[in-house]
Write a protein that binds this ligand. Structure first.
Ligand code: GLV
Length: 323
């Protein structure tokens, strides 16, 4: 008998086809994610769940699924929406999709950094509003990159890929991470520093740390005050790493100069959020991994993890043990 699985979103065929071929798949096919109570109903009795960052997979949901549940396969590298410890305590394997989205996310980080530094969205608006009358010596002036300092918070896979790209823009690189060594930083041309030094010296601060209880609101009124008034903050990791109210205050009071965000808190960001009224903020809707090739690879890996798990095989990309 085929394993029963629930797929929480319509994922690319590269992943959906193998899942449908190997399992009896129930697929949530709305554009919007299923409400939590509906999820609970749909996961009852399944052997595997293929989910994404939009689902809260907590201990209650894992319990509700039942004792036959073998695997939770997340189509993302981050898994802060999943109670991994609760799953692993019940012997349920948890999978994710590391590696394949590194380059796409690093590309987007540089795109956001450049967009904010060179005021691209404001410039686009300027033309649309009919304000482009002539070339002006002092209009829409942004920040140079060459010779400036980029501070990378979290020098993991994505942080390192950002460092490689940033070196091409002749940025000086400094990096901070709780377990980062001098040698690891030097391997990508960065100097390891502590967080206060990074915030004090960086012209651009880019966040690449996962969301954990320790990193929630890592960027807060105190850390924002340590940054340069000319600094730009880039966040492509998880919204709650930044205290967004503090960010709004910092941007309106000249504590820092700009921000570029792929992630917000909450997501989606309500259309009337005050951040959206600021000209010095660039916000895109969590598109770090949103390329055709990358999403296909993520879907394929999520499918491989799911199929391995329901067949009692080790997952090709398991989340490390948390218990
Ligand atoms: C996306 O945010 C991911 O974690 O893959």
């Amino acid at each position: 008998m085929q394993a029963k699985v629930f797929v929480t979103r319509i994922i690319p065929d590269a992943g959906l086809e193998p899942v449908r071929a190997a399992c009896a798949a129930d697929v949530w096919d709305d554009r919007l994610p299923a409400p939590y109570d509906t999820l609970i109903e749909r996961v009852r009795g399944v052997d595997g769940i293929l989910c994404s960052i939009t689902e809260r997979i907590d201990a209650n949901l894992i319990e509700a699924a039942g004792p036959q549940l073998k695997v939770i396969s997340q189509m993302a590298v981050g898994y802060d929406n999943i109670d991994v410890a609760a799953a692993q305590a019940r012997g349920i394997a948890v999978g994710h999709t590391p590696g394949v989205l590194t380059e796409a996310t690093a590309d987007l980080t540089l795109a956001l950094l450049l967009a904010a530094a060179r005021r691209i969205p404001e410039s686009v608006e300027y033309i649309r509003k009919g304000e482009w009358r002539t070339w002006e010596p002092q209009t829409l002036l942004g920040h140079d990159l060459a010779g400036k300092t980029l501070g990378i918070v979290g020098l993991g896979r994505i942080g390192k890929a950002v460092a490689k790209r940033a070196a091409g823009f002749e940025l000086r690189l400094i990096a901070h991470g709780p377990r980062l060594t001098d040698a690891e930083a030097a391997a990508v041309g960065a100097v390891r520093v502590d967080l206060p030094t990074l915030l004090r010296e960086a012209d651009f601060v880019s966040l690449h740390t996962p969301l954990t209880p320790e990193t929630r609101h890592l960027i807060n009124p105190t850390t924002l005050a340590q940054m340069k008034p000319t600094a730009i903050l880039v966040n492509t990791t998880r919204g709650p790493v930044v205290d967004q109210t503090a960010l709004y205050d910092a941007l309106t009071n000249g504590v820092i100069s700009g921000a570029a965000l792929d992630v917000t808190d909450p997501e989606p960001l309500p259309a009337d959020d005050p951040l959206l009224t600021l000209p010095n903020v660039v916000i895109v809707p969590h598109i770090g991994s949103a390329t055709v090739g990358t999403r296909n690879q993520m879907a394929r890996i999520a499918a491989d993890n799911l199929i391995a798990g329901v067949n009692d095989q080790p997952l090709p990309h398991a989340v490390p043990a948390q218990i």
